[in-house]
Design a protein around this ligand. Structure first.
Ligand code: SF4
Length: 671
């Protein structure tokens, strides 16, 4: 821990004068400077003071635990940053993971982890919110806590330390990080952060009764904030969990913690002022979320399961967000985001409306294409009017029709071939196909069929286009079973088996010279997937593994150049030495129906019996339909969360209808 953490006795002062001399010694210094277009630095005491001098400002530091270039475009953090900063008595600043060169300098100079907005020390804030998209960000949170001088373990924190709150999809099983966080919030954050903010300011106005413990208790009693310290976990002799229950001393703490769901997306048109990065980032465009949730029922997809039900933004709402976002950012590309954007019930009108409005301008529109059907090609053509038709991506996910029934990805091989035929005949030249390896019940044969599929894609492309320069890129990731999905009980395929299966596939693709140069093959080895599997289905005992890995140097585990499997296995051996469980127990072991799962007390709304039945259906190759278009099949979310599917048609129009460059053409003609 750095020795001197502050240059002043006052909280919230800028550390920039101490950081500035370090910037010329680190890579990409611009990422630490802040001041991006649409960023905000509010007065530290913007909430003022109560009659007895109580300070009333709620101060959030929000972290995306990865490098700036990955973290800045993150929609979740961007939305919460803006929602909080719109409150007169609250402020939010952002912090990202510092690279190892900056970490070393901060340690040697005794400077804290800082926010990029006000360059304020993390420990000065009331609340430290960390958004986890993936479990591989856990060690980066520990670095930030340590650099900030905040005790790593929640039980060692005092009244002057921030409340550390985890959010994001990975927080749906917060148990592996329960030693390090004070609380976790699952589901949509917009209303949740306002609720926490209000609760904090009320507690401050009352003179902070009961200190940190009382504040956490008030949060826990809302029913929507999980405070791990208020729950006891008992284990069976064989290592399985016996039960998770509220600690008896903490009255009023619920048995299960509910996820948050924003029902009316039009009422939350955020980000209204998207941030524009100073340094190069992964997405040089703005994004508009066109709907939330997915009910297609892909059994491997945690995001689809935990974000139910579907809630669409109206056409008007989308049109207004696109127009305002472009005006305030200067971006020239807009991505229409969601888990499966082509599924918006009014996507054809949205695509045509936006294409008409921005035709002839520099503005590009993009739709992450994953749905495999010809309709998607029409959409892609619409959004790329006049643009270069470089590549389209589809995600059949499984190599054989049988395995696609197991995962409920209802795409036939003919669907795929018809779709790529439509794409190639519309001028597209490169099709990227995304698959997973290691799916439940998968055999070598299921994976080898990917090669046949890729060859048919090339043949189809050559035939319909009459060209030889057709490419198909096959991209394969290892499957990791996730909590709150029907596959939460299944055995993960071991790293060596995954690698062997992919090696066979590569050999088969390379062996056929007629196609070898036309088929690109990208895959990751199976080892990171095992660590991800350990972290995502782990329980509280895995906390020791995370800490041991971090102390041994684990940082940026999502980056292949920083990831070390051997380090994680060393950490697991040390961290689990006194336990009757090991890495295989967490990853490659199939669970029984009655096993208490570490995340059972986190209520995603999904009925556990329904999930089990869906798992059994998977094993019998039985598919389920999408409840957007068919009757409800009782997954449990809507009655449990008092929500419902919200889809169009809304009868609304994309507004305004003006064609953007009409005036410009006129000017040119008259000029
Ligand atoms: S409860 Fe029914 S309507 Fe709601 S998401 Fe589940 S299956 Fe669909």
């Amino acid at each position: 821990m750095p020795e001197s953490l502050s240059t002043s006795d006052r909280l919230g002062v800028s550390l920039f004068h101490r950081l500035e001399p370090l910037l010329e010694q680190v890579s990409k210094p611009i990422q630490y400077v802040g001041g991006e277009l649409n960023s905000t630095v509010k007065d530290w005491d913007c909430g003022g003071f109560g009659p007895g001098g109580e300070e009333l400002t709620a101060r959030w530091a929000l972290m995306y635990p990865d490098a700036y270039e990955i973290g800045l475009p993150n929609q979740g953090v961007m939305i919460l940053y803006e929602v909080i900063n719109e409150c007169p008595d609250a402020l939010a600043e952002r912090t990202y993971s510092v690279w190892p060169d900056m970490e070393a300098l901060l340690r040697s100079e005794g400077i804290s982890q800082f926010t990029v907005d006000g360059h304020r020390a993390l420990r000065d804030f009331d609340l430290f919110g960390v958004s986890f998209s993936t479990e591989l960000g856990y060690t980066n949170m520990l670095t930030a806590l340590d650099l900030a001088g905040i005790p790593l373990h929640a039980c060692d924190r005092g009244d002057d330390d921030p409340i550390v709150i985890a959010g994001g999809h990975a927080a749906f099983n917060p148990e592996p990080v329960s030693d390090f966080i004070d609380a976790a919030i699952v589901g949509d954050g917009e209303q949740a952060v306002l609720q926490v903010t209000e609760l904090l300011t009320t507690w401050k106005a009352q003179g902070r009764p009961g200190g940190r413990h009382e504040l956490l208790l008030r949060l826990a009693r809302t029913g929507g904030v999980y405070v791990p310290a208020f729950y006891d976990v008992d284990y069976l002799p064989d290592g399985r969990i016996k039960r998770v229950a509220p600690a008896t001393a903490e009255r009023g703490v619920p048995w299960r913690i509910a996820k948050h769901t924003v029902m009316d997306l039009d009422a939350w048109p955020y980000p209204k002022q998207p941030l524009v990065p100073l340094a190069e980032s992964v997405h040089e465009r703005m994004s508009v979320e066109i709907f939330r949730g997915c009910t297609r029922g892909c059994r491997f997809c945690q995001a689809g399961m935990i974000t139910r039900p579907v809630r669409e933004r109206s056409i008007t709402g989308i049109g207004e967000m696109v127009e305002r976002g472009l005006a305030v950012t200067g971006f020239e590309e807009v991505g229409l985001l969601s888990l499966s954007s082509a599924d918006h019930s009014e996507i054809a009108q949205i695509a045509k409306g936006l294409a008409d409005r921005y035709e002839g301008t520099q503005t590009g529109l993009s739709l992450p294409s994953t749905r495999v059907d010809a309709f998607n090609i029409d959409l892609a053509n619409e959004l790329n009017r006049g643009g270069r038709r470089s590549g389209l991506t589809f995600a059949p996910e499984g190599g054989s029709e049988r395995i696609r029934r197991v995962i409920n990805k209802t795409v036939s091989e003919d669907d795929l071939i018809n779709t790529v035929a439509a794409a190639f005949s519309s001028g597209w030249r490169n099709v990227k196909l995304y698959f997973m390896c290691g799916l439940p019940t998968e055999t070598d044969e299921d994976v080898l069929q990917i090669a046949d599929l890729a060859k048919r894609v090339i043949d189809t492309g050559r035939r319909v286009s009459g060209q030889r320069d057709i490419r198909c890129t096959v991209s394969i990731g290892g499957f990791v079973p996730k909590p709150h999905t029907p596959f939460q009980w299944c055995a993960q395929l071991g790293a060596e088996e995954t690698d062997a299966r992919l090696q066979q596939l590569r050999d088969v693709i390379r062996a056929d010279k007629r196609y070898a140069s036309a088929i690109g093959f990208r895959y990751h080895d199976g080892k990171p997937g095992i660590v991800e599997g350990l972290l995502c289905r782990g329980d509280r005992r895995v906390g020791k593994v995370i800490e041991a890995a971090w102390r041994d140097g684990a940082r940026f585990d999502g980056w292949s150049e920083h990831f070390s499997y051997e380090r994680w296995m060393r950490a697991a051996a040390a961290g689990l030495a006194d336990e009757p469980v090991d890495v295989d127990w967490y990853t490659t072991r199939e669970r029984e129906q009655n096993e208490v799962l570490p995340w059972d007390h986190i209520d995603s709304g999904l009925d556990k019996d329904w999930l089990w039945q869906d798992w059994q259906d998977a094993l019998s190759d039985v598919e389920v339909e999408d409840c957007r278009w068919t009757p409800c099949f009782d997954c449990g979310v809507c009655p449990q969360m008092d929500t419902k599917v919200e889809v169009g048609p809304t009868g609304k129009l994309l507004l305004p209808l003006t064609v953007v460059n009409a005036g410009k053409d006129q000017l040119l003609e008259t000029g």
